[in-house]
Design a protein around this ligand. Structure first.
Ligand SMILES: C[S@@+](CC[C@H](N)C(=O)[O-])C[C@H]1O[C@@H](n2cnc3c(N)ncnc32)[C@H](O)[C@@H]1O
Length: 207
C-alpha cells in the first residue's frame, strides 16, 4: 500500500535516518535562504527533509500515507510552529494551486500503483507549485533495480527520460540518473537502485 516500507517503519524508530536528502541540501544551498518559504514534503516518511528545512525557517506541510511514519516524524520533529504533519494520500489530498515555493517528492513516485498514477500525481505537484518555485524529485527508474531488500514490492519504474520529459515546460536546474547502494536497518541487505534525481523550476504559469 505504501511501497513496502511499512515493515521497515515498524521495525525501528528511524528507518531513513535524520540526514536530509542530497537534493534538499542542494536546494538550500542554491536558494541561500529558505526562511518563510512554503514547502510541501509529499511522502515525507519520518521527516528528515522537513526537519532540515523547518529548522532553517521554512513553513513546511509534510504528509505521508503511513501512520507509523508520521508517528515517527512527530517524535523526531517535536511540535515546531512552522511544520505540520499529517497522514494523507498524495493521490487524493487537497493541494492548493500555485501555493508552494518548494515541492518535494523524495522516494514517493515509485511507490505509486502505475505510470498513469505517476503522471496524475506529478501534474498535481506541478500545479501546486508557485511560478518561480521548485520541484525536487527523487525516484527509482527503470535502468536497474535490485529489489532483494524489498520482498513483495513492485515499484513503478519509468525511464529517466520520462521524468525529465514531464518537466520539459519547466527549467531543469539539475538532473541525474545514478546508482544508489544502500542497506536498510530492518534486514541488512546491501542493494542498488538506479535513481532519477531532478530539480526543476516553474518559470511561468502553465495551463
Ligand atoms: C522511499 S520512502 C521516502 C520517505 C522520505 N521522503 C525520505 O526521503 O526519507 C517513500 C514514502 O512515500 C510514502 N508514500 C507511498 N505512497 C504514498 C501516497 N500515495 N501518498 C503519500 N505518501 C505515500 C511511503 O509511506 C514512504 O514513507
Amino acid at each position: 500500500m505504501n511501497g513496502g516500507y511499512e515493515d521497515g517503519y515498524r521495525s525501528c524508530a528511524c528507518f531513513w535516518g535524520t540526514e536530509p536528502g542530497r537534493l534538499v541540501k542542494q536546494v538550500a544551498t542554491l536558494l541561500g535562504d529558505v526562511q518563510r518559504l512554503d514547502v510541501l514534503d509529499a511522502g515525507c516518511g519520518e521527516g528528515k527533509n522537513t526537519a532540515f528545512l523547518a529548522k532553517r525557517g521554512a513553513r513546511v506541510r509534510a504528509f505521508d500515507i503511513s501512520t507509523t511514519a508520521i508517528e515517527h516524524a512527530r517524535m523526531f520533529l517535536g511540535d515546531p510552529a512552522n511544520a505540520s504533519l499529517e497522514v494523507a494520500d498524495v493521490r487524493k489530498c487537497e493541494l492548493p494551486e500555485s501555493n508552494y515555493d518548494i515541492v518535494i517528492a523524495y522516494g514517493l513516485l515509485h511507490c505509486l500503483a502505475s505510470q498513469a498514477e505517476v503522471t496524475v500525481v506529478l501534474e498535481r505537484l506541478k500545479l501546486a507549485t508557485k511560478a518561480g518555485g521548485l520541484n525536487v524529485i527523487c525516484s527509482f527508474n527503470d535502468r536497474q533495480q535490485d529489489l532483494s531488500a524489498h520482498p513483495g514490492f513492485i515499484p513503478v519504474l519509468l525511464e529517466h527520460s520520462q521524468y525529465t520529459s514531464f518537466y520539459s515546460d519547466w527549467q531543469l536546474l539539475y538532473q541525474s540518473d545514478e546508482d544508489l547502494t544502500e542497506v536498510h536497518p530492518h534486514n541488512g541487505i546491501r542493494h542498488t537502485h538506479s535513481m532519477t534525481r531532478l530539480i526543476a523550476k516553474r518559470c511561468t504559469i502553465t495551463t
